[in-house]
Design a protein around this ligand. Structure first.
Ligand SMILES: [Zn+2]
Length: 454
């Protein structure tokens, strides 16, 4: 184990205090996380890394447009690779075009000897007109955690990998490739940058023809931990600093058809109408009421609606709409849907219409590993940060990584719950807290037994 020198008898600056306490603990062996809340990341360096990323696609309104495969994406990854090297990570690009920085572990006795890596990371690509925090906080935090470990002379038992997943916003291509879930036909999809996924993967240094080989076997990693901004307003509203993510919600979507009868809007009396749009209005209200009145944190949305024929002087005969329900439990999604169906039967009666649902999309819920929740929670507790357990309503790379090994996520607050917008904002203090929880969680995970449950 490489330990920094212990210096005593010098004035106690913060930097020296951290260095000497790191050296003391380093000399004693693996880091006792519970006793060492003062050991932490360098908040200013973290902020500098985050700010440096904004050089690539940052816009004057505070946002960032860094589309996957764009020149900005390529340049930002080059910068990240430089920081990885500074952190003592060996840099490579895998066949799927993910940027990987890896440092071998000290191995030896105990949990680290099985050689399976601890993986952390996120993405740096954005949506068009996106923010500067989504994904980027997780990458900057992971880099800073790696720099801190090196700076404090702490050597992990297990290998550490920091990964920048490619094309998260356009379909989580990089992380899904690791899980072996990218279909060959997807490679022809044209992304927001104008490049197909095939062309883009090549631009990043991957090999689209051999993408399938990028797959990692389930059980081949010790675990995956992602720091991310919440992208919702729960933490801020509750004044909570750290979100311990219970999982990424599952999604089911249905096409909804409300069939009534089209008729002349001038000559059809009100009591003789079979107005599909009026019925649809009742149905939408019923969806909202059902989701609100059911215990839990499920959400249900009618996000799209079309009246046919769609003319000012015709009673609508048909409405096409969508229904989406999300929850951490697929059973809960089912039960909410069944309740909506029951309400739909009543709407049919009341408006003399028929309503049909046909499911067209499903994304399974990805719960985080219970022991990862405990470790993240314990790290937040040790550091004195307030914390709460919560689901993630948005998809993340952790969702794919959960198919390879146990996964966890750390959320930090998003101001006003705004995301995918230049208005997206997370304070430097919150970023630092999140990076510290990540660092302490990595230390705790490093010392787990090798056969810890998935
Ligand atoms: Zn993201």
């Amino acid at each position: 184990m490489l330990c920094p020198p212990l210096r005593v008898g010098q004035p106690p600056t913060r930097r020296r205090f951290l260095a000497s306490s790191a050296a003391a603990v380093c000399a004693l062996g693996p880091w006792p996380v519970d006793d060492a809340p003062q050991f932490g990341v360098d908040g200013r360096r973290l902020r500098d890394i985050w700010a440096a990323l904004r050089r690539f696609g940052g816009t004057s309104d505070g946002g960032t447009t860094r589309l996957a495969y764009s020149d900005e994406d390529l340049a930002a990854r080059e910068y990240v690779a430089e920081v990885m090297e500074r952190a003592g990570l060996a840099v490579s690009v895998d066949l799927a075009g993910n940027l990987v920085g890896r440092r071998e572990g000290a191995g030896g006795g105990g949990g680290g000897s099985d050689g399976r890596p601890l993986v952390t990371g996120s993405h740096i690509d954005t949506v068009p007109g996106g923010g500067s925090y989504d994904g980027q906080v997780g990458v900057a935090g992971a880099l800073e955690a790696a720099l801190s470990l090196r700076g404090h002379g702490v050597e992990l038992l297990r290998p550490l990998e920091v990964v920048v997943f490619q094309n998260e916003e356009g379909g989580k291509t990089g992380s899904r490739a690791l899980a072996g879930r990218v279909q060959p036909a997807e490679l022809d999809i044209v992304t927001a940058s104008g490049f197909t996924i095939r062309e883009g993967t090549g631009r990043l240094g991957g090999n689209p023809a051999r993408l399938a080989e990028a797959r990692r076997e389930p059980g081949s990693v010790h675990g995956f931990l992602e720091l991310h901004v919440e992208q919702g307003g729960r933490l801020e509203a509750a004044g909570t600093q750290i979100g311990v993510v219970e999982g990424i919600v599952g999604i089911r979507r249905w096409d909804v058809e409300v069939q009534g009868a089209a008729n002349h809007a001038g000559t059809t009396p009100m009591d003789q109408r079979r107005d599909a749009l009026v019925a649809a209005a009742s149905l939408i209200q019923a969806v909202d009421e059902t989701a609100l009145s059911t215990e839990g944190r499920q959400v249900a949305t009618v996000g799209k609606i079309e009246a046919v024929p769609g003319a000012p002087n015709v009673v609508p005969g048909l409405v096409r709409a969508t229904l989406e329900i999300r929850d951490l439990s697929m059973e809960k999604i089912d039960s909410v849907f069944r309740a909506v169906e029951r309400r739909a039967r009543a709407v049919e009666e009341a408006h003399d219409v028929s309503i049909s649902f046909s499911r067209f999309y499903e994304s399974l819920a990805a719960p985080t590993a219970p022991r990862f929740r405990d470790i993240v929670e314990q790290a937040a507790e040790t550091l004195g940060h307030s914390h709460a357990r919560m689901p993630s309503g948005a998809g993340h790379d952790a969702q794919s990584m959960a198919q390879i090994g146990p996964a966890g996520m750390i959320f930090v607050p998003s101001r006003d719950g705004i995301s995918h917008s230049p208005m997206e904002y997370t304070s430097p203090e919150d970023m630092e807290r999140g990076a510290n929880v990540l660092l302490h969680s990595i230390l705790a995970l490093d010392r787990e037994p090798g056969d810890a449950d998935w």
